[in-house]
Design a protein around this ligand. Sequence first.
Ligand code: SF4
Length: 93
Amino acid sequence: MVSLNEVWGMCICVNCHWVDRCEAYHAVERQHGVSHLNEKPDWKPVAPQIHISVLDEQNGNGTEVEWDVRACKSFLQDEGRWMKLCPGSEVPK
Ligand code: SF4
């Protein structure tokens, strides 16, 4: 099954200057059960819009929930910011 992220794109935060300081991205990391870039984020974004998708798991054994920020008034483009912070790691989808 093709995930909605593959159809609609990924969380905009991975290309945002604030990603490692942002409280909203910290919440997205928590929902995905992944390690935090920063345990104590100190940046409060303005009006982040979090898109929540319920997807069938690829093994057909249930559903998974995806959280992605799709719009945010604090977005400050820094292409590849997440990759620069985590070189060699797979970019979260
Ligand atoms: S786009 Fe908004 S929510 Fe995402 S990291 Fe940037 S400031 Fe935070």
